[in-house]
Write a protein that binds this ligand. Sequence first.
Ligand code: GDP
Length: 138
Amino acid sequence: MERTLSIIKPDAVERNLSGAILAMIQEAGLTVKAMKMIQLSKKQAEGFYAVHKERPFFDSLTEFMCSGPVVVSILEGDDAIAKYRALMGATNPANAEEGTIRKKYALDIEKNSVHGSDAPETAAFETKYFFNDLEIVG
Ligand code: GDP
């Protein structure tokens, strides 16, 4: 069993897609172990995406991520990190495969509806960034 962090990004929450995206997640066999809706401050978004701080899109990305509420959750399952990345699809929805969340719902390379951890170390950092032990079931 592995855990990963999911964020339903502001573009998707704003369009009332949280339920549809969570249904896709659960149909893929991933189990929600923790969940909440929050609105990030600019500083919190910058802290979360600190690994991208040298990238040209850092300011735009962090502005977008604090522009409205997000739904953060911890997902658990066999191979949860890779399984959720496959379900999300490519970063740029133009390259995302049919049946993926981003193919279905993403607006563009930045407003791409979902985030998922990309490795065990980032999953550990990201789950701790949003949840303490008391907020995680099981
Ligand atoms: P991910 O792991 O598929 O989410 O992609 P990355 O880790 O490479 O990038 C993190 C997030 O930054 C993406 O999900 C997008 O929201 C955003 N992003 C990535 N590439 C670009 C880009 O070229 N331009 C802009 N504006 N945003 C980007």
